[in-house]
Each structure stands twice: as structure tokens, then as C-alpha cells.
Design a protein around this ligand. Structure first.
Ligand code: ADP
Length: 952
């Protein structure tokens, strides 16, 4: 459609001064700005005007050179009555405000043609916003211009112009001079992996928004001492921060800040440095200190004036202090948020350690008592126990029963009898019994020795502080850093200081002191032996996770058994490509099913296996160790039931399946739909059927996260860190990295955020020559800014399906050639490495949650109307729409959604969900790699250079 698609500048030649002037006016009306004009021209002839459109996205950046020349030949006008879509356009202009374009054309008295097409939803937007509109108009030189609200001309999907996602960011940049706040930030209390990622995003977003960012070193110590401990940070100061554990700006426990005198010095230092807002990252102590400072602020300022340390003029701009808290704590001990920065990385280290210990324990048939951190919070211990198939766990919120010693020995003996060669006990450092007496690892060891087990104690200690942050913590901290700056910019003197949290995948804001107060109530509840309350105060999943752990770990708990006539034969099948979490989900389903009295049956190698009768009942010990196993122990492939539907039904009947549990990606979802649709024809499919989404692409409708996606992100980020290191060492090298994901850009965007990529190409947006040109310019700018001999490696992430034309190789070659010696490029195709090795703890936990709830779903739909007096086993028969569902995470809830209801959210052609809650994060990847922000001079300077060079 567009003649000049892909070019970053266009030359227009006007014959008369009038046309020249009209052209400038016309384009200025649509946001083009004059960046340069030849004011020295001696006569009107030869006049030149450069106009530039400064767009937010690369495709919206374009330069026009308008030249006045008597030799110009004007295009003849295209007939009004014809369809202007048949004409070649000079350019495509992307505009979110298409109605505004129409208004402007009307006010300029220009005729236009308008066409609308229905779009498809990607962001929960209303249908009105999904109309794709094109407006065709001619400029004063009769060139056809197309205005469209379709983000990318080649994209398959149309975005709503303003995505209504709850956690979208305002990425619009205010003018550089407005809103110039001085934002101070510090990290305090215990260090936590991800703190550096938060610092990086605070600095970069603050700078992008025209603010100044001040690092305060060593936590409150730096604030109290002032001087060199407070330093202005710029863009480059936080380079490389993402991948580093701990906190690079230091942390300390500061006694003096607990005293008013200490806080008085802190106030003085803040005012002297002109800092009017503070972001603190730490635990509840840090947040309490921050709130005290804010409450005392007016009094502190008055005192500083009274004792002559500050003049009234100096103090005048600092009547208020805005404070925002981000929680950095490996313990995940803050209530009011699902997760704190650092906790997931810490869990990674614990799981790695327990996985290692497990092999030696199994080799020697030993028992290990492993002590993990958590003085008042059992989150790390419980999640580690779930993730590593531990035999017993001790946490402060749920002390064990009175005679726990004999109960523990009974459980362990039973596990040993079933064939387990290792015993793992996880103890939180704050574990207590019902009398509130501490439960010590050494005591547990003595008890186990008493039943003849060779037992060792391992205290994991500071290893749990984490080191390199995992993908989850990097993204959590990055996003919370952005929101912290946004909160500062939006704060009024009356706004209470917020704590930034997370519920589901949504960012939350809560008055800081309310959150701290609730956290302290956990300790109070424990001290009052109100353990139910203590558990409730944790995140909403905590109590359920504990229940799931107990229900899937201990055997022979007769209380859990359902009556004999309600017992089911449950088929379990893996479909699609392997994904981390498939085995842990199967393990949980099998163990819980057995504890309820059901019979779990493995179907090996997908539907092919079913047809070959490759099925087997699974026992408790068959799934031993599967919590930490990657891939698919049952075997998986992409084949779906098609022509052989009758044979599938026959085998289902033959195997007497009462329910079917699918674990897999889009193929699993699609297979479930096919079986559900064939229920009229085949009664064998009239049983409860549920799908656990498991695919690294995260493209299954009905869930925000599928199993395997987190494992894959970590695998990608690990490799990207290595590539960045290699690229940095080689100096001035760009890696174009090709990633999996099918038609979904999830992995590309999320790993781009976690690895600090410069740009990411995703199928939802497509890719064009113009994008590449923009990226080349961007890379050239960045490499020019780098200090000599100190250049960082850069990454461009490309989804495998983004374009058939612009392959990874082609892109790398274009970058290399167009870099013109400033940098070179290499490709890297990560391939199947992206499936990861062992599943990540996040995937193990999600797998447990999903599988546990799936079993309840199956029971509920197998006998929805059965009376409790019934004793004869009826045949399972259900064909309700609710009995064929996908389990998923939606916001903060785990829910089962009927497949019938998900059809409208499914893009079958591209095999993915039409919802992409994560799409707005792409803008953040670009913002944090300096897209959209440039010192004005550099921008203009490079612009001229680019124009001049390309016109030579
Ligand atoms: P965390 O933030 O991880 O909970 P701490 O409890 O050690 O770690 O708190 C970190 C710092 O916050 C302390 O060293 C102290 O400077 C400050 N702080 C903690 N509690 C208070 C308080 N009640 N009043 C003032 N400052 C406090």
C-alpha cells in the first residue's frame, strides 16, 4: 500500500512558494515539527525545510525535506470519485487518534475517504476501540497520505488504540523541563536479589520523565551522613545492574535513624540536596522508618529552621516529602502483597541446594534436615517443601500437632516402605510447636536417628540471599520501580505513602503503614496461638498451598478417602512440546488421586499411545522425584485426535476412564475442544475433562501463565546474560537472538525485560524495514554515546515467527552493514535450550496448585448430584459445558473456565489467546533501553547527520 514504507525520510519538491508554504502548514497540522530550515537562502528558490515527526514508536518517526524548486513537476490530482485505495500512497502515518485526524482534515478543508474494518481484541478493550480505520487524503502536492490506527501495516492483529490493562504504564514522556523532581532512592535492611533491577528502573524512568535521580548509599546510613553518600545517578550509572545480585548501592542497619536526631540529619541532607521525594526498598523495618520520617517531616523542617540549619527560603520548597515503598525481602514476609522482591530467587537457590542434597541423600539412603530462612514467615520453607517433594515441613504459622514426633516418624517410615531412599525435612528457622517452643533442627535429627536413619543437618544460611536474580525478580523489581516513580509523580501532599505490591499479575498500592501494621499482626497472631489468623494474613494462596502440600505428600490419611462408590479411574495425558512443570503437575495429580482413593492412569506418548494401548496405572512411588524433573516422563507429542476420533472413544471406553486430565499447550487445549465437541457422537467423552496449560509459549486461552513459561524465561535469561557478557567482552557487538514462542511474543517481551534487551520483535506487531532502520539509528546513537573502550553488549530479541523475510540472519546482516563499523553483529538461535532443564520453583508451585484443584474439579463434575446415602456406583456421565474446562490463573485467582467460554478468546489461526495482558511491557523494554529518551541535542544532531549522509 505504501510506496515509501521503510524509509526514514521523504523529499517533497514544491514548484511555487505558495505550495511550499502550504506543505509545511499541512504537515505541521499533523504533528510534524520544523527541526531546521535554510534561513540563509538568498531567494525563495532553493528554500529547504526539514520537518520531523517525533513519534513514540519507531514507525512513527519520519523526516520530511521540503524543497522549493521551479523545476518541480506536480502530480496530477487523483479523481475524487475513484477509490483512493487503488492509488499508491506516499506514506502511511500511524495515529492512535484517528478521529482527531478527521477533524484536522475537515478544518483544513481537505477532502478524504474513510474506510473501517473490524479488528480483534488483544487487550480487553471494548469493540468500539477495535475498529481499524484508514483515512486517505492528499497533501497540497497531491501525494496520497494514509492515516491508520493499525500499529504495524504488516501486523496480523489490530490493537486497541489505548489498551485498558490494569497494570499499564504511562509511557508518555512529559517535556524534559516539566515535572523536574529530584528523587532519592535507597536500599535498606537485608539485601535481596532484584534490588538492583529496581534501582535501574527507578533511575531510567526518572531520567526519562525529566527528573533527577539520587542514589543514597548504605541505606539510612547514607541519608543520615549525607556528603558523598548521596550521588546523582545518570542513565549509564545503572548499566549492567539487572543481572547482579544483592544491592550495588549498599545497605546497612542504621541505629541512628531509629532516633529522632538521626532523622533530623536525614531531613537536612535531603533538603540540602534538593531531594523532594524518596523511594525506599527494603523490609518492614525500612518501611516503618520511612513512614516515621514522613510523619515527622513538618516538625523536623521547623526544628531545622529554628536551630538555624536551614533558612526559610531553603526550606520553602520542601514542605512535604513524598515517600514510596517497594518491598525487598527474601522471606516474602510482608502481608498485602503476594510476593516480595528477592523471594523467588531465594527459592531458586534453596531448590537447587535441596535437589543437590537429594542425590547424595538417595545414594546413601540418608535423611537430611534442611534449615531455611524465615523467622516469622514460613513461605520459603513451605514453597521449598512443595517444590522438592520434602517429606515434612515445619513453619511458624502452622505448628505441627501435639505428638508431631510420632506423626513425622510414621509418615517417613511409610514413605520408606513404599520405596523412597531419601528423606528430606525442611525447617523454617522460626519453626515452633503448639506451645510456641522452637523446633530445632538438631532435635529433629535426634528423632530421626531414633528410627535408625542416618541423618544430617544442613543450614543453608547466606546462600539463600540469592546472587544473580531470577527472571521473575528482575521483572517484578523493574515494574515496581516504574510504578514507584509514577506514584511519586502523581502524589499530592495528602496522599498517604504507598507501598507497591502485587496481587496476581497486577500491581497494587496500599498505604505503607497499613501494610506494615498487618505484617506485625502475624507475629501477634502467632504469639496468641491464633494460627488460623496468622495463615490468613499471608497471601491468599498460602493456606491452600499448605493444604495441597499435606494432601499430596502424606500417604494413608484415611480422612482424605472418598467413599468407594465415588472412586474414579483418571487418565492423564501429556500433549504438545515438553514444558517445565508437566512432571510436577502429574506427580501432584497422582499422589492426591491416590490419597482420595482414585486410580490415576498414565497415557504414554499422547494420543498415539492411547491408540496403542500404551497405558499404565501409576503408583505413589512411580512419580517419586518428579517434582524436580523437567521434560515429560509420560512422553509427549503434538498429534491431536482427528480422523481417529472413534478409536480414541473406543480406547477411552476400554480403559474405563471416568475423567481425563490433559497437560500441555495449545494442542492439548485443541484436543480437549475436539473431544468436547464430539460428545454427542461418543458417550465415552461425556466425562469430566480438564486441561492444565503447559507450554513455554504461554499462548493457551484461559490463563495468564502456563506451566513451563517461567522455566523457559529463566533459561533464556541465563543464556542472554552469557551472550551479553560475550558481546561486552568483544566490544561493540550486537547479538540478534532468535526465540521460540510460535505466534506469541510473550517469551520475547518478558525475557527482553529481564535481560535488558534493546529491542524485541514480536508477531503481534510484525516487523518492517522502517523498524529496522529505526533500530539501526538507535544502535548507532547508543554506540556513539559509549565511552571509548567501555562498550556494553546489546541484545535484540526476535521471535521465530515474526517475519519470513526478515530472518535472524538477514537482520544481523542489516545491522552489521548499516552499523558502518560502529558495531558488528552476530546471531544466536537458542532453540530447544529454551525448554530449560529442571522446572523453576514458580512452575513447580503453579503445577501443584493446578493439579490439586483439577482433582477437585473432576470429583465435582463426575457426580454433581449424588446423594450421600447412595452406595451403588453410577456410571460417570456428564455433557455439561462446565465439565470440559481449562484451569488457569486469572489475575489473583486460579479458576476453571469452560472451553466453550474460551472459544471467543481464541485465535485459532495463529494458535494463541487473543488476550495478551503482557503486551504493554514491550514499551517498557524500549523505554529502559533509552528508546524515546534522548537528550534533545543528541537527537537533533544525529538526525541531521542521518539526513545529510543519506542524501549525499
Ligand atoms: P528490614 O527493612 O529488612 O525489615 P530492619 O528491620 O533492619 O530491616 O530495618 C532496616 C533499617 O530501617 C534499620 O536499620 C533502621 O535504620 C530503619 N528502621 C527500622 N525500624 C525503624 C523504626 N521503627 N523507626 C525508624 N527507623 C527504623
Amino acid at each position: 500500500m505504501s510506496l515509501l514504507e521503510g524509509l526514514s525520510h521523504i523529499v517533497l519538491t514544491a514548484k511555487t512558494f505558495e505550495e511550499y508554504d502550504q506543505c509545511i502548514k499541512f504537515y505541521s497540522s499533523f504533528g510534524f515539527q520544523t527541526v531546521s530550515q535554510d534561513a540563509n537562502a538568498t531567494s525563495a528558490e532553493g528554500l529547504v525545510n526539514y520537518l520531523h515527526l517525533f513519534g513514540k514508536s519507531p514507525v512513527q518517526n519520519i523526516t520530511l525535506k521540503i524543497v522549493l524548486s521551479p523545476d518541480a513537476t506536480k502530480k496530477s490530482p487523483f479523481p475524487e470519485e475513484k477509490d483512493w485505495r487503488l492509488e499508491h500512497a506516499l506514506m502511511n502515518s500511524v495515529s492512535a487518534n484517528i478521529a482527531g485526524v478527521e477533524e484536522i482534515l475537515k478544518s483544513l478543508n481537505f477532502s478524504f475517504q474513510k474506510y473501517t474494518y473490524p479488528g480483534s481484541d488483544l487487550s480487553n478493550s471494548s469493540q468500539d476501540e477495535l475498529i481499524h480505520t484508514e483515512i486517505y487524503a492528499h497533501d497540497p502536492l497531491n501525494n496520497l497520505i494514509v492515516f491508520t490506527n493499525k500499529l504495524m501495516p504488516f501486523s496480523k492483529t489490530i490493537y486497541a488504540t489505548s489498551p485498558k490493562v490494569t497494570n499499564s504504564f504511562n509511557l508518555t514522556l512529559p517535556s524534559l523541563k516539566s515535572n523536574k523532581k529530584r528523587i532519592g532512592f535507597l536500599t535498606s535492611g537485608g539485601d535481596a536479589p532484584g534490588m538492583n533491577a529496581a534501582v535501574r528502573s527507578i533511575v531510567r524512568v526518572a531520567v526519562s520523565r525529566g527528573c533527577e535521580a539520587y542514589a543514597i548509599f548504605e541505606g539510612y546510613e547514607g541519608l543520615v551522613s549525607g556528603g558523598d553518600m548521596i550521588k546523582k545517578f545518570g542513565w549509564a550509572d545503572v548499566r549492567g545492574y539487572l543481572a547482579i545480585g544483592g544491592t550495588l548501592i549498599g545497605t546497612a542497619r542504621c541505629k541512628s535513624f531509629r532516633q529522632r536526631s538521626g532523622r533530623l540529619s536525614a531531613a537536612l541532607n535531603l533538603v540540602k540536596n534538593g531531594i523532594d521525594a524518596l523511594i525506599v526498598c527494603g523490609g518492614d523495618g525500612t518501611l516503618t522508618g520511612a513512614d516515621t520520617l514522613r510523619q515527622e517531616w513538618p516538625g523536623l523542617i521547623k526544628e531545622l529552621i529554628d536551630n538555624g540549619k536551614l533558612t526559610t527560603e531553603e526550606a520553602a520548597p520542601h514542605k512535604n516529602l513524598n515517600i514510596v515503598g517497594i518491598v525487598g525481602s527474601i522471606d516474602n514476609d510482608m502481608t498485602s502483597t503476594d510476593i516480595t522482591i528477592g523471594a523467588v530467587t531465594s527459592l531458586h537457590r534453596i531448590c537447587e541446594a535441596v535437589d543437590c542434597i537429594s542425590s547424595t541423600a538417595a545414594s546413601h539412603s540418608r535423611a537430611f534436615v534442611i534449615e531455611v530462612m524465615g523467622r516469622h514467615c514460613g513461605w520459603l520453607a513451605l514453597m521449598a517443601a512443595i517444590s522438592t517433594d520434602a517429606d515434612f515441613v515445619f513453619i511458624p504459622e502452622r505448628p505441627p500437632s501435639e505428638n508431631w514426633e510420632s506423626e513425622m516418624c510414621r509418615v517417613i517410615k511409610k514413605h520408606r516402605l513404599l520405596g523412597k531412599r531419601k528423606t528430606i525435612i525442611i525447617v523454617a528457622e522460626g519453626a515452633i510447636d503448639l506451645k510456641l517452643e522452637p523446633i530445632k533442627s538438631s532435635y529433629i535429627k535426634d528423632i530421626l536417628a531414633g528410627i535408625g536413619l542416618d541423618t544430617r543437618v544442613t543450614t543453608l544460611g547466606h546462600i539463600q540471599r540469592g546472587g544473580r536474580p531470577c527472571a521473575y525478580d528482575r521483572n517484578l523489581a523493574t515494574i515496581q520501580g516504574v510504578e514507584a516513580v509514577n506514584a511519586i509523580l502523581q502524589a499530592t501532599p495528602e496522599t498517604p505513602s504507598p507501598m507497591i505490591g502485587l496481587r496476581g499479575n497486577k500491581i497494587t498500592f496500599q498505604p505503607l503503614m497499613e501494610a506494615v501494621e498487618l505484617t506485625h499482626q502475624v507475629e501477634v497472631a502467632i504469639s496468641k496461638k491464633d494460627f488460623r489468623r496468622a495463615t490468613e494474613l499471608r497471601d491468599p494462596e498460602f493456606a491452600e498451598d499448605y493444604e495441597a502440600y499435606v494432601a499430596t505428600t502424606f500417604v494413608d490419611n484415611k480422612d482424605m478417602l472418598v467413599p468407594e462408590y465415588q472412586r474414579l479411574r483418571i487418565g492423564i495425558i501429556h500433549i504438545g512440546a515438553p514444558a517445565g512443570g508437566m512432571n510436577p503437575a502429574t506427580r501432584t495429580a497422582v499422589r492426591f488421586a491416590l490419597n482420595r482413593g482414585h486410580t490415576p492412569v498414565a497415557i504414554y506418548n499422547g494420543f498415539n499411545g492411547l491408540l496403542e494401548e500404551n497405558v499404565n496405572e501409576l503408583s505413589w512411588i512411580d512419580v517419586n522425584g518428579w517434582s524436580s524433573k523437567g521434560g515429560s516422563e509420560l512422553g509427549t507429542n503434538r498429534s491431536e485426535p482427528d480422523f481417529d476420533m472413534g478409536m480414541v472413544a473406543y480406547q477411552m471406553q476400554k480403559q474405563r476412564f471416568d475423567a481425563l486430565l490433559f497437560i500441555g499447550g495449545f494442542e492439548a487445549y485443541h484436543s480437549l475442544i475436539k473431544l468436547h465437541k464430539a460428545r454427542d457422537k461418543y458417550p465415552a467423552f461425556c466425562i469430566p475433562m480438564i486441561c492444565i496449560p503447559a507450554t513455554i509459549s504461554n499462548n493457551v486461552p484461559g490463563t495468564d501463565f502456563s506451566l513451563g513459561a517461567d522455566t523457559s524465561l529463566n533459561a533464556i535469561v541465563d543464556n542472554c546474560d552469557a551472550l551479553k557478557q560475550s558481546a561486552s567482552a568483544s566490544r561493540r557487538r550486537v547479538f540478534v537472538v532468535e526465540l521460540h514462542g510460535g505466534q506469541s511474543g510473550y517469551l520475547t517481551v518478558l525475557s527482553g525485560l529481564a535481560a535488558g534487551a534493546t529491542s524485541s520483535y514480536i508477531p503481534e506487531e510484525g516487523i518492517s524495514l522502517k523498524t529496522l532502520q529505526s533500530d539501526v539509528n538507535h544502535l548507532r546513537r547508543r554506540y556513539k554515546e559509549d565511552k571509548k573502550g567501555n562498550s556494553s553488549g546489546r541484545l535484540i530479541l526476535r521471535n521465530e515467527c515474526v517475519s519470513d523475510t526478515y530472518t535472524t540472519e538477514v537482520i544481523a546482516n542489516i545491522f552489521k552493514t548499516e552499523g558502518r563499523g560502529l558495531y558488528d553483529s552476530r546471531t544466536c538461535i537458542l532453540g530447544h535450550i529454551q525448554q530449560g532443564g529442571a522446572p523453576s520453583p514458580v512452575d513447580r508451585i503453579r503445577a501443584t496448585r493446578f493439579a490439586f484443584k483439577c482433582l477437585y474439579f473432576i470429583e465435582q463434575h463426575a457426580f454433581p448430584t449424588m446423594s450421600t446415602e447412595q452406595t451403588v456406583r453410577p456410571r460417570v456421565y456428564t455433557n455439561t459445558k462446565e465439565s470440559a474446562a481449562v484451569i488457569g490463573i486469572e489475575g489473583e485467582k486460579v479458576i476453571c473456565k469452560p472451553v466453550d467460554d474460551l472459544l471467543k478468546d481464541t485465535d485459532f489461526k495463529n494458535r494463541k489467546s487473543t488476550k495478551a495482558w503482557w503486551i504493554h511491557l514491550k514499551g517498557l523494554v524500549e523505554l529502559l533501553s533509552k528508546w524515546g529518551y534522548s537528550e534533545k541535542e543528541t537527537e537533533t544532531e544525529n538526525l541531521y547527520e542521518a539526513i545529510d549522509k543519506s542524501m549525499q
